[in-house]
Design a protein around this ligand. Structure first.
Ligand code: EPZ
Length: 426
């Protein structure tokens, strides 16, 4: 349904908020329930569009699911399909993770080539190359990709530290008796969370968080004797945390965020501090405030973890649009992740882009306007702009944001933000 966000800007956000479970951890963990038939209780699972899409795919494969508050219970014992339905693939490209988990379960997997999206082509060549290096037979055409076989084990090296390919290949490497070493892995915290889930379920995976991961083949015999009622708590969402913190800084407010460990967002906190933010950190709480107008952080380049995360680049661009001075943001991860630029310019921002670079000249303030979300994080960046701007902002196509943030408007309301979602008056 076509909903829009309606925002009254200019209110400093104050108070406290508990960070929810990470979308980018919940999705691979839900896919991993396929690896072995069992009953899994996944706590702190965000209620967002992408999670519901993954839930539909699991059910189409034969799993049963139900929710109890923020816990999704997945019973994967009844999985008897190994082809992901085409219509559900289009819903969400992260279903590509299911290749690895279906191979671990059944030795076969058929998926439909996941589409690109507004931020880039999103190829899966590294996934396919890795599967072939592991010894699987992969056939692919423009639409379908089918793979089968067992993992012969050995050492493989990723051409690029792809997050999804690392997660997919960890699960595929379970499908055999050989032991596998994967080199040049991504080191994002979400990968360590997937490793934690797999190890809790009895698999032997080591090294996540470093660029080299060891996976012990799990053979075929144990495929259906999975755990009964295994509990797992999802990692907190460092990108949600960065988004809320940017909102507090952009509105010159002050807030404490619970359930977030500073060590998984060091680069982002460092950038905010370079802009003049004050940050106080405790074991798993972060307090942040802005003593006045922010200043430019200089040059910021998005990099694989632990570098500055691409998923925070749009939000940073919004903050820099009113910070004092000139900022250069270079987007090194995705080829078209400046979709929010024109809408920010419509609100009064001064931004020039050239290839991977965006040059942002800070202006005093933004003006409310009617704009449109074009992707998940770009939409979140426009919400921040609306909270910071003078007057009213309408952001159409709210669904882009709702697929990755649970009740973002409720969370911002709880900090004093004036924001609501309404059906767009056509
Ligand atoms: C994950 O996407 C995240 N999604 C993304 O978050 C995040 O931006 C990205 O990692 C980088 O951190 C989930 O975890 C569900 P990649 P993924 O494979 O796995 C290229 C969000 O907003 N590449 O690390 O798709 C690719 O095109 C989303 O929450 C290949 O060329 O990211 C991109 O340029 C957006 N071939 C770069 O690598 C491949 O086979 C990084 O992609 C795979 C990737």
């Amino acid at each position: 349904m076509l909903e829009s966000y309606y925002i009254e800007g200019g209110v400093p956000l104050r108070g406290e908020y508990r960070i929810k479970g990470a979308k980018n951890s919940a999705l691979p963990v839900m896919a991993a329930t396929v690896c072995r038939g069992g009953v899994y209780e996944i706590y702190d699972c965000p209620r967002i569009g992408d999670v519901f899409a993954m839930e539909e795919i699991l059910k189409a494969l034969g799993a049963k699911t139900r929710w109890e508050k923020d816990c999704i219970i997945v019973d994967s014992r009844g999985i008897n399909e190994f082809a992901v339905p085409e219509n559900l693939m289009a819903e969400m490209r992260s279903s590509v993770f299911l290749m690895g988990s279906l191979l671990a379960r059944s030795g076969e997997a058929i998926i439909y080539r996941p589409g690109g999206c507004n931020i880039g082509k999103r190829p899966i060549d590294i996934h396919i190359d890795g599967l072939e290096q592991l010894g699987f037979e992969v056939e692919s055409d423009d639409e379908r990709i089918s793979c089968k076989g067992t993992c012969r084990g050995g050492k493989i090296t990723l051409a690029y530290p792809s997050v999804g390919a690392t997660e997919n290949l960890i699960m595929a490497a379970l499908a055999g008796n050989g032991d596998t070493i994967i080199e040049n892995c991504a080191t994002e915290p979400e990968i360590a969370d997937l490793q934690g889930f797999l190890r809790t379920g009895g698999f032997q995976v080591f090294g996540a968080g470093t660029d080299t991961i060891f996976v012990k083949g799990a053979g075929r015999e144990s495929r259906n004797q999975g755990p009964e009622n295994m509990m797992y708590f999802i990692l907190e969402d460092r990108i949600e945390a960065a988004t809320y913190m940017a909102a507090v800084l952009g509105t010159r407010g002050r807030a404490a965020f619970r359930n977030i460990r500073p060590e998984i967002m060091r680069e982002v906190l460092g950038c905010f501090e370079r802009m003049g933010a004050r940050v106080r950190t405790f074991e798993n709480t972060i307090e942040i405030w802005s003593p006045g107008r922010l200043k430019s952080p200089g040059i910021v380049v998005t990099q694989p973890y632990p570098g500055f995360p691409t998923d925070c680049q749009p939000q940073l661009m919004t903050l820099c649009s009113v910070a004092k001075g000139l900022t250069t943001v270079r987007e090194e991860i995705f080829e078209s992740r400046f979709t929010h630029k024109n809408d920010l310019i419509k609100m009064g921002a001064d931004i020039e882009t050239c290839g991977k670079n965006a040059i942002i000249k800070g202006v005093e303030t933004l003006q409310g306007s009617e704009v449109c979300a074009r992707d998940l994080r770009g939409g979140a960046a426009l919400i921040l702009a609306g909270l910071m701007a003078e007057g009213t902002t309408v952001i159409n196509d709210a669904f882009h944001v709702q697929r990755g943030y649970e009740d973002l408007e409720k969370g911002l309301n709880s900090l004093g933000g004036i924001i609501e979602t309404k059906r767009k008056k056509t």
